[in-house]
Ligand binder design. Sequence first.
Ligand SMILES: [Zn+2]
Length: 347
Amino acid sequence: MDLQAQLEELKKSTQAQLQAIKAENAKELQDLRVKVLGKKGSLTELLKGLKDLPNELRPVVGKQVNEVRDVLTKAFEEQGKILAAAKIQAQLESESLDVTLPGRKISVGNRHVLSQVTEEIEDIFLGMGFQVVDGYEVEQDYYNFERMNLPKDHPARDMQDTFYISEDILLRTHTSPVQARTLDKHDFSKGPLKMISPGRVFRRDTDDATHSHQFHQIEGLVVGKNISMGDLKGTLEMISKKMFGEDRKIRLRPSYFPFTEPSVEVDVSCFKCGGKGCNVCKKTGWIEILGAGMVHPRVLEMAGVDSEEYSGFAFGLGQERIAMLRYGINDIRGFYQGDSRFTEQFK
Ligand SMILES: [Zn+2]
């Protein structure tokens, strides 16, 4: 084949190959351009044959080489544009919005069930004129134990062993130290003290389905003139009704706490069976929900409050216990593991 025919052949075959390149293989265009028009490409290769031609043919074939180069350069450019447009078109089609598809669910977080229970109980007490007081989780032995009538070496300390930071600094075992601190500051000329202190407390306990080394408590304290056991019972009855339903009754059983005298355990009639007996109340019809009592005179005296003139009552309940009863949760550890399958059930 002579040089002119070869040039013509190169033009045609390159054009054919260009047409065959698909949008998804746009890279092949660049490869082909290098192969044909590059410095070591086919056209350059053919150009080398120019020197072997007779003199009179050289300008003619030279002109043809330039024409082929121009035609092919233009063809590459055009095919490049076509492929780019096809790529955009394909992208548009593949990313097109199907308005008939259901939207993706937006996941909105919710308050932890213990926070919900705490806030609910706070609201009940705020409605009864109580103040809500926060305190320290790291406390002095003095406020946590001694001010609760639990001097060093008192046997009842064993029920509330805790984590010690030093001999006198510890993680509080109840929120009672908040009561002691608030009592110290209270100005009785402005009326009785009515407070609750919600918060996290700690015990040296082995974790199992019903015990945890940390849990939550709300303790309450009312101190004023002529505060009696009747006030305690009335207050607890009201709380029980608000938390577990209007038909609830309460029952007091004698108990012992170092900081109250007399002390009682408080049962509420079962909210599930109404007192007939079921699995929630363990067939007794009653559910133990809190401990309470009349503030021990010594606890008042240690705060500088005259126990002849003033009296008061105190109570404590656990948010975990309330939530477990109400929602049928059988393992306390679920509250602390942060598993969204657990926490999302309480939206
Ligand atoms: Zn029951």
